[in-house]
Design a protein around this ligand. Structure first.
Ligand code: PLP
Length: 416
C-alpha cells in the first residue's frame, strides 16, 4: 500500500535528458489513498470508500472535516480579504491573540504558518531575551531524546535525531540532548551557556510519551533556580488535544514561552509563539517576521476553531472521550500481548506501543476502514478529531480489535 502516489512518469525536455521523477516531489512514502471529501471524523476516497479518520491529518483537523462553522468562517473571510501583509494592522489576528492570551499563561502571541516556524520563533525569542539581558553567551538549549521539533535547520538540531540531520551540512550549534523524564540528567546538562529548556509535555512523534507531571514541575523549578527559560513545544499536545487547552496545565505549571501549531487552525496552516511579556519584548520590530503569518484568512480559521474548543464543556468532553478510549486500548493491549506492550497517551493523543514496527497493524486497520498513524518506539498513534463521538470511538475500537485479531492470526500461522 505504500507507493509513490500517482506519479506522472514522462520524459521532460525530450532529446536533452530523460527525467524519471514524479512531478510531485517524492519525498514522502505516501499510502496509496486519496480523499475527496470529509465530514466530522469521516473521510471518503475519490473511489467512494469511507474511512474513520483517527489520525486527523496528524492531530491537525482538530474539529473534524468540513466543520460548518470553520467552513463558513473561511469562506466569508476569503470573500472579503485574505491577505494584506504584516505591514498593516490585522483585526482578526488582534482578536485571536487577545483570546489566546485570555485563555493561557501568555501575555503576547506571534503568528506564523507551521510548527517548525513556531519553534524557530520561540528559539530566536529565547536566545534574544538572554542576549538583551546582557547574557549573550547563554544561547544553548536543552532538549530531550525522542523529541520532535520540526524539519528546518535549527529545529532539526533541536530534534537531534541523527537520521534526519545526515547530509545537511554542519548542524546548527547550541542544542544539548538529555534523556526524557530524567531530572538528574537535566541538572547535569545546565551550564554557563544554557539559555533554557524546550520540552514537549507529551512527545508525539517520539511515540506518544507523556512527560511525568512531576518532571514538568521540576523543570519549572530548575529554570527558576538557574534563571533560564522554560519553553514548551505544544505543537501537537496543545489546543485541546489532551483535554486541557494546553497539556502543561495538567502539571499545574506555566512555561515562559510556548509554540503551537497543528490543531490551532483546524487544518488551515497556522502556528503561534506564546510568551510572557518579559520574553515577548525580545522580538522587537526588525528582529523577526513572516510575510503571511497570521493573515486575515488564517486568523479567521483560528478564531472559528477557538469558538468550538472554548465552548463550555468541550474540553471536559475530550477528557471523558479520551479516558473511555484509553481504557479500551488498555483492554486491547491486554488481549493481544504478542502484538502490544501497552496503551499510552493523554486525552485524545493516544497510542499502542507495539512489539515490532506497527506497519502491519496500521495496514490491517485501514482494511477495516480505520485510519491510524504511527510514531516512534513502534507506536500505533491514534489522534481522532476532538469532535469524535463516543459511538465513533466504539466503532474504531471494534475495527482495531478486528485488525489485531487478523494480525495476531497471521503471526501465529507464520510461527507454525
Ligand atoms: C509536528 C510537530 C512539529 C513540526 O510542525 P510542522 O508544522 O510540521 O513544521 C514540531 N513540534 C511538534 C511537537 C510536532 O508534533
Amino acid at each position: 500500500m505504500v507507493g509513490a502516489g500517482d506519479p506522472c512518469w514522462k520524459v521532460q525536455n525530450p532529446g536533452v535528458h530523460p527525467v524519471m521523477i514524479s512531478a510531485l516531489l517524492p519525498n514522502y512514502a505516501r499510502i496509496d489513498l486519496a480523499f475527496e471529501r470529509g465530514e466530522g471524523s469521516w473521510l471518503w476516497t475519490t473511489d467512494g470508500r469511507r474511512f474513520l479518520d483517527f489520525g486527523s491529518g496528524i492531530a491537525t483537523a482538530s474539529i473534524g472535516h468540513a466543520h460548518p462553522h470553520l467552513v463558513q468562517a473561511i469562506a466569508e473571510q476569503a470573500a472579503k480579504v485574505m491577505h494584506t501583509s504584516n505591514l498593516y494592522r490585522i483585526p482578526q489576528a488582534e482578536r485571536l491573540a487577545q483570546r489566546l492570551v485570555d485563555a493561557s499563561f501568555a501575555d503576547s502571541v506571534f503568528f506564523c504558518n507551521s510548527g517548525a516556524e513556531a519553534n524557530e520563533g520561540m528559539i530566536k525569542m529565547m536566545r534574544r531575551a538572554m542576549s538583551d539581558a546582557g547574557k549573550a553567551e547563554r544561547f544553548r538549549i536543552i532538549c530531550f531524546e525522542g523529541a520532535f521539533h520540526g524539519r528546518t535547520l535549527a529545529t532539526l538540531a533541536a530534534t537531534g535525531n541523527h537520521h534526519y540531520l545526515e547530509g545537511f551540512g554542519p548542524e546548527v550549534e547550541g542544542f544539548d540532548h538529555v534523556p526524557f523524564n530524567n531530572m538528574n540528567a537535566v541538572r547535569d546538562a545546565i551550564g554557563g551557556e544554557t539559555c533554557g529548556i524546550i520540552v514537549e509535555p507529551v512527545q508525539g512523534e517520539g511515540g506518544v510519551r507523556p512527560a511525568d507531571m512531576q518532571f514538568l514541575r521540576d523543570l519549572r523549578t530548575v529554570c527558576d533556580e538557574f534563571g533560564i527559560i522554560l519553553g514548551m513545544d505544544e505543537v501537537q499536545s496543545g489546543m485541546g488535544r489532551t483535554g486541557k487547552l494546553f497539556a502543561h496545565e495538567w502539571a499545574g505549571i506555566t512555561p515562559d514561552v510556548m509554540s503551537s501549531a497543528k490543531g490551532i487552525g483546524g487544518g488551515f496552516p497556522l502556528g503561534a509563539v506564546f510568551a510572557k511579556e518579559k520574553y515577548a519584548v525580545a522580538l522587537k520590530p526588525g528582529t523577526h517576521g513572516t510575510t503571511y503569518g497570521g493573515n486575515p484568512l488564517a486568523c479567521a480559521a483560528g478564531n472559528a476553531v477557538l469558538d468550538v474548543i472554548l465552548a463550555p464543556g468541550f474540553l471536559d468532553d475530550v477528557v471523558r472521550k479520551g479516558a473511555k478510549m484509553k481504557a479500551e486500548l488498555e483492554r486491547i493491549a491486554r488481549d493481544f500481548p504478542t502484538l502490544f506492550v501497552e496503551a499510552r497517551g493523554l486525552g485524545l493523543l493516544l497510542g499502542l506501543k507495539c512489539h515490532a514496527a506497527p506497519g502491519p497493524i496500521q495496514a490491517a486497520c485501514a482494511e477495516q476502514g480505520l485510519m491510524a498513524i504511527t510514531a516512534g518506539e513502534n507506536t500505533l498513534r491514534l489522534a481522532p478529531p476532538l469532535v469524535v463521538t463516543e459511538a465513533e470511538i466504539d466503532q474504531a475500537m471494534d475495527m482495531l480489535r478486528k485488525a489485531a485479531t487478523s494480525v495476531a492470526a497471521a503471526q501465529k500461522a507464520a510461527a507454525q
